[in-house]
Design a protein around this ligand. Sequence first.
Ligand code: MCA
Ligand code: AMP
Length: 472
Amino acid sequence: MLLASLNPAAVAAGADLGDAVRIDGVSLSRSDLVGAATSVAERVGGASRVAVLATPTAATVLAVTGCLIAGVPVVPVPADVGAAERRHILADSRAQAWLGELPEEAEGLPHVPVRLHARSWHRYPEPSPDAAALIIYTSGTTGPPKGVVVSRRAIAADIDMLAQAWEWTPQDTLVHGLPLYHVHGLVLGLLGSLRVGNRFVHTGKPKPAAYARAVRELGGTLLFGVPTVWSRVVEDGDAARALAPARLLVSGSAALPVPVFDGLAALSGHRAIERYGSTETLITLSTFASGERRPGWVGLPLQGVTTRLVADDGTELPHDGESIGQLHVQSPTLFDGYLNRPDATAEVLGDDGWYHTGDVAVIDSSGMHRIVGRESVDLIKSGGFRIGAGEIETVLLQHAGVREAAVIGAPDADLGQRIIAFVVGDAQPDELIDYVAQQLSVHKRPREVRVVESLPRNAMGKLLKKELAQWV
Ligand code: MCA
Ligand code: AMP
């Protein structure tokens, strides 16, 4: 059973100890969750796919849980989604309804509300492990985001691998304040908790003081954050010190800078666990609760995962801690392809089923991995969000005041990378920042727009992004 801790028989037999989920001022016991989510399941059962505006609320928790009970694939829509991205996700996924909260514009879809106090005790058969659980939209280097089809089997396998690596048990209280529309916050944080059976606390925003409070007042033991969150915790020394009683601090979604790792260790006493993965593979590498945690390195393959390093000419490179190559992954947690995009799926899944991560790495003789960078400068990681330069350029070019546009990710101490757009035209920078926030999503907006006379290009007219990076 995917959500093992919601087994109605176990809940009825008294596994219902206190609150299972705390979010947005609402506490849900395990029997609240089973009853209310099954009531959701009754109303969506039979749908082929539904969209959930994934705000950090109890409605989202019940919507996703209800769909997983009924075997209806969920399309999580970013809570801060803009108009063009919302239209794309709905059209591409062919979602049949909005479940839970409604966005500003429903795009003509019917609405199924989630009722917190409704209850149903109907027993659903467990859907096939091969069935899709989620379709998560994620950015590529060009074009609009693609829907990553994630199976129930992949999610169950990943959570079990991580539970083993992190010694994660029902006695933990998992805390985070991350979005519920990506793997990190949704699959690991929420679904992980519902599978393992631990208490889950969502802090709203992932502010340092909120993490400190969750440890102090709610007994948080297992804390998840992207590097930006941990960097802000280190900046706030009191909050960092307050995390000392926790069991594990876990960082992922982007590289954890060594000074942040060291700062956390000095202030909280915790050497953070780092783990690595992607929407397409889920989490495949991690350091272990009982193993070495090496700053700047993302860990060892989880159980069942194999990796290889490949040179440009296709030959395999040695695991000597020095050879740098493209990282390929094989794992029981791989996705089932991009929705409607067999061409794009074939590009990243070799004939032999290895996923080409697009990351460049080294592996040492003990199997420890270090991510050196990405193959493409056009895939940006900002605040742990994956953002394609191409999708922002496309939107900027739709603005009447923009003739040319080029987007890069510049190093940023807080966000890892900061999105900077260079445009040729007569629009105002603030106007363009707002335009991207309204069309794509708030988190994809450039932090800076520079209006320039011309963009650097070679003799063939090709844009020279490396030169743009030097301008910064
Ligand atoms: C500012 N705001 C605006 C604008 N400017 N709103 C509209 N238009 C504008 N032009 C407001 C917003 O409304 C919002 O307000 C606030 O600014 C957001 O501020 P921002 O600076 O964007 O946020 P931040 O504080 O810098 O965010 C940092 C963050 C965030 C919280 C760390 O980046 C984050 O949540 N990252 C997590 C990403 C993540 O989970 N990635 C996982 C994917 P207000 O605050 O009032 O709403 S990776 C994954 O899943 C894999 C597999 C993995 O490995 O984990
Ligand atoms: P996403 O699909 O949003 O999870 O993005 C996946 C990408 O995030 C990976 O291909 C990496 O480039 C990056 N990433 C995730 N975790 C880490 C990490 N611990 N260190 C460095 N990069 C990471």
